[in-house]
Design a protein around this ligand. Structure first.
Ligand code: HEC
Length: 293
């Protein structure tokens, strides 16, 4: 604990990036991406889709990552995910047929606003609903009934399935299917934006502190990724975790490492955060499933 505090001090947060007071999402997007483009004028826009590996100061990590990518450690998980994806539900349908019918949307359109339920949806939620709607066996798909904040096995199974699904959309540029003229959608966006910029936890750190102010610097010997590009690589396998996880778990662990409370997977807080982060990454290609640091 003390070590983290010292490291944060050493990392030296000179100039904080101030939260944009009140701006429309389009202006926010321009300012957010502009911040990183200005900080890294030589980094090509698409490189931000690769997390820390896209930054020039992390060449050594990049070399390691490229060798990982020759035989990606997540391939095993994605293969397991493909088996689940291709399996038939008792009624003969499958995840693939949900995708064909439009019950699951193309990966690059998430998070999307669902008009019927007036709520945000991410891919995993539509994937889980598809299984439930078609009478899937919850014994085979343990994530359907598990507490995802606590049950690692169930979470990994969901990440592997979702990872396979994302692999079909690699390279497509993200464009969340949301219309900010709808006040409810705009309110969800504003909630996510607030979450990104708000300080929290005993360490009193905001997402923006680590992933904007000191992004590109090391913290406890860990490189810090720019916020731009965060959601496009997930589900991912982190080197230290050695398993696939969805971005919900990354959010939860980024909360707990500053000694703040982790919110519920797929609850309103993280859904709106994922909308904000994804909208800020608009135009970047999907790289998921990916190897991340
Ligand atoms: C104390 C610093 C710190 C804070 C605060 C923090 N993170 Fe992180 N975060 C990290 C570290 C360290 C990593 C792992 C290295 C990396 O990829 O940046 C990470 C990784 C991530 C990743 C994966 C990055 C990638 O490219 O794969 C996401 C997404 C993320 N954080 C989101 C958030 C969000 C959202 C918040 C606010 C709720 C937050 N973080 C707050 C330190 C922090």
């Amino acid at each position: 604990m003390k070590r983290i505090v010292t490291m944060l001090a050493v990392a030296g947060i000179a100039g904080f990036v101030a939260a944009p007071a009140s701006a429309d999402p389009q202006s926010d997007l321009k300012a957010f991406q502009g911040h990183f483009k200005k900080q890294y004028p030589t980094v090509k826009f698409d490189e931000f889709a690769n997390g820390v590996y896209g930054l020039p100061q992390y060449k050594e990590y990049r070399t390691m990552w490229e060798s990982y990518n020759e035989f990606p450690p997540y391939d095993l998980g994605v293969e397991k995910g493909k088996k689940l994806w291709d399996a038939k539900f008792p009624n003969g349908e499958s995840f693939g047929s949900c995708l064909k019918k439009g019950d699951i949307k193309p990966a690059y359109t998430y998070p999307r606003w669902d008009k019927a339920s007036k709520s945000l949806r991410v891919a995993e939620m539509d994937i889980m609903d598809c299984a439930k709607k078609n009478g899937a066996d919850a014994k085979k798909l343990s994530f359907l009934e598990a507490d995802l904040n606590k049950d690692t096995k169930a979470r990994v199974q969901l990440a592997e399935l979702t990872g396979h699904y994302y692999s079909m959309f690699r390279g497509k540029r993200v464009k969340p299917d949301v219309d900010f003229k709808n006040p409810d959608t705009l309110a969800a966006y504003e909630q996510g934006k607030k979450f990104w910029w708000a300080r929290r936890g005993q360490l009193n750190f905001a997402c923006s502190n680590c992933h904007m102010d000191i992004a590109g610097k090391d913290l406890l010997n860990q490189p810090l990724s720019p916020g731009l590009g965060h959601p496009v690589g997930w589900p991912a396998q982190r080197v230290p975790w050695q398993r696939m996880e969805t971005i919900m778990q990354r959010y939860a662990t980024c909360n707990t490492q500053v000694r703040a409370k982790a919110y519920k997977h797929y609850g309103p807080e993280y859904l709106s955060l994922q909308l904000y982060e994804t909208y800020m990454s608009s135009g970047l290609p999907l790289t998921a499933p990916a190897m991340r640091n």
